[in-house]
Design a binder for this molecule. Sequence first.
Ligand code: BGC
Length: 718
Amino acid sequence: MRRTYEDQVEALLGRMTTAEKFGQLQQLTWTGDTGPGGGQTALTEAAARAGLLGSVLNIHGAEHTNALQRMAVEESRLGIPLLFGLDVIHGFWTTFPIPLAQAASFDPAVAESDAEVSARETRTNGVHWTFSPMMDVTHEPRWGRIAESSGEDPYLNAVLAVARVRGYQGPADGSGLASKDRVAACAKHFVAYGGAEGGRDYNTVDVSEQRLRNLYLPPFKAALDAGVATVMAAFNTVSGVPAHANAHTMNRILKEEWGFDGFVVSDYTGVEELIAHGFAEDGPDAARLALNAGLDMEMVSTRLADHGEELLAAGRVEMSRLDDAVARILRLKFALGLFDRPYADESAAVTGPTDEAREAARTAGARSMVLLRNEDAVLPLSPAASRIAVVGPLADSADLHGTWAGPGGTRFPSVTVLDAVREAAAGTVVAPAGPGVAEAVAAVESAEVAVVVVGEEPALSGEAAVRSAIGLPDGQEELIAAVAATGRPFAVVLLNGRPLTIGGWLESAPGVLEAWHPGIEAGHAVADVLFGTVAPGGKLPVSFPRDVGQIPVYYNRESTGRPYRPAVPDEKYVSKYLDLEDGPLFPFGFGLGYTTFATDGPRLDREEVTVAELERGAAVEVSVDVENTGARTGDEVVQLYVHDVAASIAQPVRRLRGFARVTLEPGARTTVTFRLGAEDLGFWTNDPAGTFTVEPGRIDVYAGTSSAASAYRTLTVR
Ligand code: BGC
């Protein structure tokens, strides 16, 4: 952010009492699950009037926010406006696909269009700040919050985080923040939340410095470079120290090393939870530890506001730290233009999804789908099929928004798959008369082809929605088996918030389309792909395990001394399971289409480069030719991976460093070009002070259409 408002911030700080300063550090929830009456409404109003409140979450609607804002601006001593925040994770009114789905598009434009539409709907409804993007890299499909993330790869997470920050905020210098269709973004959860042991939410994360820096931190750094205004602390510990009181991650890395001058907000009661973590003795201790470690704003719990003054008096926190935290918050309020225009224009509120926004959500939904299997070209369906059966427990579901849907999730139903297939193939669709398997089978038997719509209800993924078994919920595999037994061709549509274990039935289904939770236009987006109006071109942003016992299984794993060698499957003393085939069922980056592509191996514009050249900004150009060898227009995602063959820290066997989604007509050919610089070829060491190194040696550069790509060229770094 540009530091344009320093004089105003200083002047205001000079007029504030200590209590007013701690007040700015407080965020309360208007509605929610805290306290009697479901929120902190009464407390919020009183604090706003008294000038002892910085921010409010879980409020929206211009007349509500304006009414509360009036209390702060017109009744408090200094009239400092409130900052209103809300979780707009993949849509306010217009729900886009869940973030994990968007990651599967391998198309940052999808995430950016979500963020732009969301920003407009959010800001015009009185909310200035979204708690998004979430960028927690994770190897844990059991963890329900994988639905909110961009999956297992730091590079993909970073690219999508940047697209979202741009879509929410506009230019990286913060100059767009004051406009009425932008909101401030929040990079969360800082940091390593995706590493929760066993995938159990809020659980311990023990992580080496190199893994912290190579795996978890890169999306945050990228978001910062894109100008993200705020950062949210994570609920977990990071190597024993809760993220909310972690001076190494907040003070040292985020603020000192990266120079972040926005503010860090706690997660919901995260400061208070330092006591339960066994880190803080009591409330005052929790406040002290959090503030001194670099946390700036407390969400919902009130330890800083309650104990701040006594801590200051006792010399346990410094006035300079308090002023710094307040300045960070005020700076954003100025950048958002709240001092000039504290109120939202009630007549300008976007009151629901516009046609244009729906269209963007539909496009995003279709681009996010991943075709996992398509035997005998069962897909695309022909709209001229004599009869198409649409069966399964989610066929008629109008709640396909997915976790963390915004206010639109309860107000505007999703288009159902059944309705959309009916629309696309008028007159030919049959649906079962009831929910039973026998009825579904009867419908399938009366049809030429069937679509079986199964998966997880939205409540099965998201926060505190962890599953120990991640197969299809009860009864759904039986349904698939019964449909398969009819002998009719069929395709399974999966609607889910995480990777599932689907190996038990996969081969019985001729077609499988991973559609995730596609949002408000769910059915339309599914039908677009089923009938081939849109070519499926998404790729998995996360590996699909064969079995839960194999988790974590992810493509960017580090080399072991005894790797499993597919050519020698019976080798005993290697890293493998006795009772499971090696590797995931589907690797990261995998996805089919309705046409076929051929990609040539990568070409490098040079075979050698020196460390010195790289450090001066030189890059190696990598070109990959790709050709549509099939009969239909389609999309392919060309992917570039590197593997540092020998390094001072064992390196991942592959690391994604570039991708490009291209659309090609039959027979068309194009060349995709990537650049590999120091950032792509080096890595962070275990030095806690932060050392990034580019070492001489051999780097294999892979290109292809999934993380299993085998074509490579070797680059020598001297
Ligand atoms: C979640 C955050 C969210 C916050 C506010 C917490 O429970 O972890 O991601 O932004 O609530 O709703």
